[in-house]
Design a protein. Structure first.
Length: 338
């Protein structure tokens, strides 16, 4: 087994790796070659220092990467992404990836945000107790629960009822700065989020290949953006499940407009448009402890929880890397995967 960083030339091998991981774990994530190319070109990833892969000949046996966030405040939350190929589990590769992240994150973080302590985060889907045990054994603590919610389309759809003085417009480049501003302001009190820069917004939301501008919307009070809904579509995943599925990745309302029906109106409007565009289902993710009451909004719109996951976190010292906690093997068969 040969360990080292990846390059953009590994896109096809990584796509094959992700396909094997998804076939085994069923997390709802699919990554084709074009998706991997986009991931590896992300501005927050240093391929040489922030990626690690194990190669068994031409096959990727294990892979992980650590992107830096677009901004940081009291801490720099760094999410660990990756996994272990099902054929190579139970051999300690998951533990090696985790130890690599623990020792690597402080240096990457210090370079991006000097003086800000990093916090390493890992998402664990329910039904994967081996990964949970691996994370807890490395010192991580479960800090938050998220739910994946879905509904079929068209079905019985809620009626869009924007509050007085509010209209809903389809996303356009002229509305994009307002949309990003609403997302940043509305998510300030959401756990685990940081403000988007223009560059990170383009990469994550309005510039990614999966972004659907004709199914994304901005709520306007006059000419001021007060709410936003961003939709993505992952063609490979939809092909795999045999359902044309829209992913509502962002819903946000400015704090002074909460409780007035803006989010409900945006969601109802989007569902009607998505049904008209031929989508057969819609999916979104929500923090079950969201302080805005989002879980209730989504439930009333016909969404139901289909999967839960827990976020684990580990605060790390800034600057100098922390040494791994021994050479414990991962005998669970679980991979490090979000």
């Amino acid at each position: 087994m040969e360990w080292g960083p990846v390059t953009r030339k590994d896109a096809r091998s990584l796509a094959e790796f992700w396909a094997a991981v998804e076939a085994e774990d069923r997390t709802g994530e699919s990554h084709g070659v074009d998706d991997v190319v986009e991931q590896l070109a992300h501005h927050g990833i240093d391929l040489a220092a922030g990626t690690l892969a194990a190669r068994d000949g031409d096959r990727i046996a294990a892979f992980s990467y650590l992107p830096v966030r677009p901004s940081a405040a009291e801490t720099h939350p760094m999410r660990l992404w990756g996994g272990v190929h099902p054929a190579h589990r139970g051999r300690g590769h998951g533990r090696r990836l985790l130890d690599w992240a623990i020792t690597t994150a402080p240096g990457l973080s210090e370079r991006a945000f000097p003086g800000v302590p990093p916090e390493l985060r890992l998402n664990v889907h329910d039904g994967n107790p081996g990964l949970a045990a691996l994370a807890e054994g490395a010192g991580f603590a479960a800090v938050r629960t998220f739910a994946r919610m879905e509904r079929t389309l068209p079905g019985e759809l809620p009626e869009p009822r924007p509050p007085g003085g509010v209209s809903i417009a389809t996303w356009s480049p002229e509305l994009d700065d307002g949309a990003r501003h609403v997302r940043n302001e509305s998510f300030r009190d959401h756990w685990g989020t940081v403000p988007h820069t223009r560059e990170s917004w383009r990469g994550h939301a309005a510039g990614s290949r999966s972004f659907r501008p004709d199914a994304s919307f901005v709520a306007l009070a006059g000419d001021r953006a007060v709410g936003v809904l961003i939709t993505h579509f992952h063609d490979l995943h939809s092909a795999r499940i045999g359902v044309r599925q829209a992913v509502i990745s962002i819903i946000g309302t400015l704090r002074e407009w909460r409780g007035k029906g803006v989010a409900s109106a945006l969601l109802a409007h989007a569902l009607h448009v998505l049904a008209g565009q031929g989508y057969e289902s819609a999916v979104l993710s929500v923090d079950t402890e969201n302080p805005t009451g989002a879980l209730g909004v989504y439930t009333r719109a016909g969404f139901a929880i289909t999967q839960r996951s827990r976020n684990y976190a580990l605060r790390l010292p800034q600057g100098a890397p922390r040494l791994p906690q021994g050479e414990r093997r991962d005998e669970s068969g679980a991979g490090v995967h979000e």
